[in-house]
Design a protein around this ligand. Structure first.
Ligand code: WTA
Length: 662
């Protein structure tokens, strides 16, 4: 998509806020000026207004030891109390917090009072299992209310959650359990996906036995929610049913205040090496930005809106814009267990009609998929309740943006394209509805209180009408506080490119108005359907297969998913054999082997990492110093003419590869 930037910049459609929207808009233009005067003071003001502090803070930002920021450090709060109890105490206990919709069509609702009661019970269960402040709890659940309840229960007692997306494999789960040294795993027997029960507990069982008795895990208990109804194996003493524990739980639990910098969660994300990074977020600053952005970017009117983010809790969007932002703001929201096409392709639109959803936050890849399926599907449903649409996870092309507004938003709703990352914790760049004149395809402007720059290689701002690297030039409240257990990697990864500034890994261009257009990753991180994957992680999975001698993975552009994983591998004649096979060797069934390797990656990392294509090749293009030239492989994968090959050690190699692939 980045290749089309010149076309994008010719996009001239503009959508000014309507008067009626403006009349009741939450965000106002003066926020920018107020923030610019003194950013930390602005965040302090927002924090006091949006959150309840048991002990008010007297300082805002402490940046005396960069890049290790402390926000509101002498204040104390309880994150779960902010998301639950205080709404009940304010008289809003009867307001719906969650409308949960299961994939098969079963459903449940939780008011704020009910959700608070459930979280209190879950918190006392955690305490009775010996979980205390600072302990890590892995959560491996489908999109069911217990996912939200578990996260809040962990937060309530000052422990740290590490949610692992249910699509990850047993091995990926174990790597995350080990890295964080989790004492407890909360999982389910299974959940509904694509019309059937997809099991989860067996993956937990497998993950905990990886490496045998010599490799015991730190996990003491596995708490299992009954959802799928599938049979599961049981380890007595270790495994416990959630419903049994909850039935016996203490019902009262008073939330204790914790210092603002108390760790709240670790969320693993792919980086440029094979090992995922445990991104660490803390409490007060994170919750401040979560609440501020959720309120202002989504124009939240908590008394009347029904908000729906389609993200899974396994990703950062599910943390900030399903759990913490909406609940801190006392919003009513929908959560949905399943996939958009089960049992039919109108499932999302049916849910919007059923609950009268007013605000929808979704990913471009889904929007492009619906666009392909055609407007007759959403047209069958009443979507007139919608008044605001959001997009996240990857650049949204102007065509998809306009389709989203016209077909889903009835031609009237603002569409906010929100740029941010697991590391930033909350939205950083987005239009403010009611304030900003919208430009399809551009994420537009830094939010009030956020300082974004686009720099050239020397660290100089590029100015309008030019492209460069996107950085955050000043600390912000929801910023990551580190990589779990690896401060050096934290500094090296984010803070060493430009002194004192956070380098996000994305390229961006400023148009002639100074609005930001995202150009995608500039490193070896791919973005497939809005999910981050590392080329190195998939390569190391491929070479762990006994037949693979060498592998190179690229993200090739894909019309629907943004990017797709394409692998080029050199294979051996037999397991461990030295003889390398050429692509046209008749003794090897290359298509069967390619299928096997695709499956191998899916089982090692998870189905989201399964390569779209695996090409068996005889050589990989390398520079004289041995670095694989992924740029050339991307040319092949995208069916383009091969670019400049003069720095290749062997200039013949590309014609051999294109011969094989083409
Ligand atoms: C990409 C997801 C363009 C970007 C919240 C970033 C986007 C990565 C946008 C972070 C957007 C996210 N426009 N690109 N609106 N939003 N990205 O950590 O490359 O899963 O670096 O966080 O997604 O992905 P992550």
């Amino acid at each position: 998509m980045s290749g089309n930037i010149d076309n994008l910049l010719h996009e001239t459609r503009r959508f000014a806020p309507s008067q009626s929207f403006q009349a009741s808009a939450v965000a106002t233009a003066d926020l920018y000026e107020r923030a610019a005067d003194d950013r930390p003071a602005f965040w302090g003001e927002q924090s006091r207004e949006l959150l309840y502090w048991h002990t008010p803070f007297t300082t805002t930002l402490n940046w005396s030891n960069p890049p290790f920021a402390q926000w509101f450090e002498d204040g104390e709060l309880n994150v779960a109390y902010n998301c639950l109890d205080r709404h009940v105490l304010a008289g809003n206990g009867d307001r719906i917090a969650l409308y949960w919709e299961g994939e098969p069509g079963d459903s449940a609702t939780y008011t704020y009072a009910e959700l608070t009661a459930e979280v209190k019970k879950a918190a006392t269960v955690l305490l009775s299992l010996g979980i205390s402040r600072g302990d890590r709890v892995a959560i491996y659940l489908p999109m069911i209310p217990e996912a939200v309840i578990s996260m809040l229960a962990v937060a309530r007692i000052g422990a740290i959650h590490s949610v692992v997306f249910g699509g990850f494999s047993a091995e990926s789960l174990r790597a995350r359990i080990d890295d964080a040294q989790a004492k407890l795993v909360i999982t389910a027997d299974g959940g509904w996906r694509k019309g059937k029960v997809s099991s989860l507990k067996p993956a937990v069982d497998d993950s905990l036995t990886i490496g045998g008795e010599e490799n015991p895990s730190t996990v003491e208990h596995v708490l299992v929610v009954k959802r799928g109804g599938n049979d599961v194996a049981w380890v007595d003493g270790r495994d416990l049913w959630w419903h049994d524990q909850i039935a016996e739980a203490e019902t009262e639990h008073e939330a204790q205040p914790f210092p603002a910098e108390t760790p709240l969660f670790i969320l693993y994300t792919s980086g440029t090496t094979g090992k995922p990074k445990g991104i660490l977020h803390t409490s007060g600053g994170y919750l401040t930005q979560a609440a501020f952005t959720h309120k202002n970017v989504f124009d939240l009117h908590p008394e009347t809106d029904v908000y729906w983010s389609t993200a899974d809790v396994g990703w950062i969007t599910g943390h900030t814009y399903v759990v913490y932002g909406p609940l801190a703001n006392g919003a009513t929201q929908v959560i949905y267990e399943g996939t958009p096409d089960s049992p039919h392709t109108g499932r999302w639109w049916e849910i919007i009609e059923k609950y009268g959803v007013t605000i929808l936050y979704a990913a471009p890849t889904a929007i492009r998929t619906f666009m392909k399926l055609g407007r007759h599907i959403p047209d069958e449903f009443d979507l007139t309740s919608l008044r605001l649409l959001g997009s996240v996870g990857e650049p949204i092309n102007p065509e998809a943006w306009v389709w989203y507004r016209d077909v889903i938003g009835g031609g009237t709703t603002p569409v906010v394209d929100t740029w941010w990352q697991t590391e930033t914790g909350g939205i950083m760049i987005s239009a403010l509805p009611g304030v900003t004149t919208l430009k399809p395809g551009s994420a537009q402007v830094a939010l009030p209180g956020i300082h974004i720059e686009v720099l050239d290689d020397r660290g100089e701002p590029v100015g309008k009408n030019s492209g460069g690297l996107l950085v955050v030039a000043e600390p912000w409240p929801a910023m990551l506080r580190g990589i779990w257990g690896d401060p050096d990697r934290f500094i090296e990864t984010y803070w060493s490119t430009f002194d004192g500034k956070y380098f996000a890994g994305d390229g961006a261009r400023l148009d002639r108005d100074g609005d930001v257009w995202l150009l995608g990753r500039v490193d070896d991180v791919m973005n497939v359907s809005g999910h981050r994957l590392s080329t190195a992680e998939i390569e190391s999975s491929l070479v762990s297969h006994p037949r693979v001698a060498e592998a190179a993975v690229v993200g090739a552009s894909d019309e629907t998913t943004g990017q797709a994983v394409v692998a080029f591998v050199i294979v051996r004649a037999d397991e461990g054999g030295e003889v390398v096979v050429t692509a046209d060797d008749p003794s090897v069934d290359t298509s069967a082997l390619a299928a096997e390797l695709r499956g191998h990656v899916a089982s090692q990392i998870g189905a989201i990492a399964r390569p779209r294509q695996v090409f068996i090749v005889a050589e990989l293009p390398k520079t004289r110093s041995g670095k694989i030239m992924r740029r050339l492989l991307r040319d092949v994968a995208e069916g383009r003419e091969i670019g400049d090959t003069t720095t290749l050690a062997d200039t013949q190699v590309m014609s051999i590869i294109s011969g094989t692939v083409g």
